[in-house]
Design a protein around this ligand. Structure first.
Ligand code: SF4
Length: 714
């Protein structure tokens, strides 16, 4: 019996875990008490890593489709087939005919962040898609336009703040996002214990709101209006405090003019936030020395997500909190993504090209996932003919997944790099299953850049992979050698053999801020390996102006891109909203569209319920537990209704990631707990027109009674 120290990477919190193994099986997973960052904390999902490891449904060898059946094939046969079919499509239709979709788990995966990008970016296709455009894209755009680098994202210094204002986020459940912070609940409680305040602004009184001093309802889709009215009050009441960074800030007058006609009395009708509450928010943010305004996914994935992300960052600058202790700060990670990205053309871009059918803009080399289905099912030059999915399940996670589901069978070829035969990969011709969490080593290359403390940790694999298993990066290198032509393909193969991801990591650690320049005691991979619980590299420290891009060297409060989008927002002021609107929600025992094949996570009462205010239910003849039909411009699903006054009247909420039980999947447990997919009713045409980001919050819907008192569904 042995105990291994590793990291849970199911969400961004990256908690340390102690995994006890006997005879090739996991006996126990606990929080690692000696992890200096998570200190023994884990949430219920961590223990489910054992279920993932031993899941009989998990694929271990490549599958090849033969009609409606699948059979295992050898890796070389699978690689050759994928290589020849994708080469054929590229040869006949051009590079853009092969699309790529990368899912959210890629962000935790050292192999996919290195050699995955060699393959996917190396294909030279304009049809690159990822979970970015159903999540944080607007925040990355704000960092690019205002600070000069799309990955220079500030992180709330939650452990030192005295005012945490949380908009469109539920960190008590998510454990932080672009705020890697194990045990957020304890960190929020600590704010109040030291005399500070937590304020939550959300259309739902969330689990985070339950821990807060104040909760304010805001109508879905109106965050930008609320934020602009806060800016208006800051200027009107002379509350601007630029502080230490004043000489680097430009665009103050432009922002003042932008907010001029958006006072709190004007925005109230649209947002539902009382003018006095807006003034209180503005004064509190300006007058609290250590304060942070934190906006996350709900703020991004709405009709005005681009503007909202801009204004969150702008308010933190106007109130003098950016880059100050207790405010939104920047990390000093052991491997620093900012200069790595700055050295490439991926430091940021918007609109270098547009999608073929609808003309939505590229961002950072990717197109919005909202156009993936139409780019497949709309005939014409430039149509997508083949698709590679990696660590993603876009049928369940992108807007109008039902349309994508109808479009995928029309592809000439599809390959999924995925450990499951899931709702998306069932349409593939070949599935290449990589190793999973406990079978591979781990270093948090990307998310250590967004951590509330500077930390570094390397974890070796808990289980040695079997000889005929492959890591993601090995799969990508094999495909690159077959697809990228003589020059790049040979180079990728040679690089992969000589410089596996861990060797790259060692180089980056040595070149990083804690590496060789600190002398012989500097950080390297071998030194990190001697610290199995990880190392704490200290609290966040002020990093500006040094971290601003050399070409930028300023904080631009009024980029033209945003000012030009304001007339669209002004139109929202007068728009009347009749009927109901839909928002999503995240759940502690759920991990986006996967991990529902773990019995311990899905057992118990039905969790895929539609939250509805009792007044809205009564007017439709619905009572608690009834099954209702939920319909939108995109489609109709049936869902059980759960009544609660924790949601605003006029708003309903359904969790995301459900909708299993579709034919052709191999997910035995999930099929018994299918739920309904919110993305069968979200609308691919309902996007933030500025960024192309999917607008999941505020989707107009209709709810009608179907069956009364169907208690068997609970
Ligand atoms: S919060 Fe839960 S899912 Fe997230 S890393 Fe920690 S244990 Fe894993």
């Amino acid at each position: 019996m042995t105990t291994h120290f590793h990291t849970c990477t199911l969400c961004e919190a990256t908690c340390g875990i102690a995994v006890t193994v006997d005879g090739g099986r996991v006996l126990d997973i606990r929080g690692d008490e000696d992890d200096p960052f998570s200190r023994g904390y884990i949430c219920p999902k961590a223990t489910a890593l054992a279920d993932l490891q031993h899941d009989p449904d998990r694929l271990r060898r490549p599958l090849r489709r033969a009609g409606d059946t699948w059979h295992e094939v050898a890796w070389d046969e699978a690689f050759d087939l994928v290589g020849s079919r994708l080469r054929e499509v590229r040869g006949r239709y051009g590079a853009d005919a092969v699309a790529v979709y990368q899912g959210n788990p890629s962000a935790h995966n050292l192999g996919l962040l290195t050699y995955g990008q060699v393959l996917f970016r190396g294909l030279g296709t304009r049809n690159l898609f990822s979970a970015t455009s159903v999540d944080q894209l607007p925040q990355m755009l704000a960092s690019f336009l205002m600070l000069g680098n799309q990955v220079l994202l500030p992180v709330p210094d939650i452990d030192r703040t005295d005012l945490f204002v949380c908009l469109g986020a539920n960190p008590a459940v998510s454990n932080g996002s672009i705020m890697t912070a194990p045990n957020v609940r304890a960190r929020l409680k600590a704010i109040r214990a030291r005399g500070g305040q937590v304020v939550v602004i959300d259309p739902r009184r969330t689990e985070t709101a339950a821990l807060a001093d104040r909760h304010l309802f805001v109508r879905p889709g109106t965050d930008a209006l609320l934020l602009l009215s806060i800016v208006n009050v800051l200027f009107a009441e002379d509350l601007i405090r630029l502080g230490r960074l004043a000489r680097y800030v430009s665009g103050v007058d432009g922002l003042r003019s932008a907010a001029e006609n958006f006072g709190p009395d004007v925005t109230f009708a649209a947002t539902g936030v009382e003018p006095d509450d807006v003034r209180w928010l503005a004064r509190s943010l300006a007058d609290t020395p250590r304060a942070v305004l934190y906006g996350r996914v709900g703020t991004c994935t709405q009709e005005f997500g681009g503007l909202a992300a801009w204004l969150v960052l702008a308010i933190n600058v106007l109130t003098g909190h950016l880059d100050e202790p207790g405010g939104p700060m920047f990390t000093t990670p052991a491997v620093d993504a900012v200069p790595l990205v700055a050295a490439t053309r991926f430091r940021g871009s918007l609109g270098r090209w547009h999608s073929r059918v609808r003309g939505l803009p590229e961002f950072g080399g990717e197109l919005p996932a909202a156009v993936l289905a139409e780019e497949i099912d709309t005939p014409g030059a430039g149509q997508i003919r083949a698709l590679i999915t990696s660590a993603g399940n876009p049928v369940l996670s992108t807007p109008n997944g039902a349309r994508l589901e109808r479009a995928l069978p029309g592809l000439d070829f599809m390959v999924s790099i995925d450990p499951y035969l899931n709702e998306t990969s069932r349409f593939a011709d070949v599935i290449l299953p990589p190793t999973v969490h406990l079978e591979r080593s781990h270093y948090e290359l990307a998310l250590a850049n967004y951590s509330v403390r500077n930390v570094a940790k390397y974890s070796p694999p808990v289980f040695e992979r079997e000889p005929d298993q492959r890591h993601d990066w090995e799969i990508c290198v094999e495909l690159a050698t077959r697809l990228l032509g003589r020059g790049s393909g040979v180079l990728a193969g040679a690089l992969g053999r000589r410089l596996p991801p861990e060797s790259l990591l060692d180089l980056w650690l040595r070149a990083g801020p804690y590496g060789l320049r600190r002398g012989l005691g500097g950080l390297s991979l071998s030194r990190l390996k001697k610290q199995p619980h990880g190392v704490d590299l200290g609290a966040l420290e002020p990093r500006l102006p040094g971290r601003l891009g050399l070409r930028h060297r300023r904080i631009d409060l009024a980029p033209r891109t945003y000012l030009d989008d304001l007339p669209r927002l002004r139109g929202r002021l007068g728009a009347s909203v009749a009927g109901l609107v839909l928002i999503g929600r995240r759940q502690l025992r759920s991990n986006n569209s996967w991990m529902h094949n773990s019995e311990r996570l899905v057992k118990g009462k039905q969790r895929c319920t539609l939250l509805m205010h009792p007044d809205d239910a009564a007017s439709r003849g619905l009572t608690d537990g009834d099954v209702a039909s939920l319909s939108s411009a995109a489609g109709t699903i049936e869902v059980p209704v759960e009544l609660t006054d924790a949601i605003m009247p006029g708003v309903v909420s359904l969790p995301h990631g459900w909708g299993h039980g579709r034919p052709g999947t191999r997910l035995g447990v999930a099929a018994n707990h299918p739920g309904a997919s919110i993305n069968d009713v979200t609308d691919e045409h309902f996007v933030d027109a500025l960024t192309g980001t999917a607008a999941f919050s505020g989707v107009p819907v209709r709810v009608d009674a179907l069956v009364v008192n169907t208690t068997h569904l609970s």
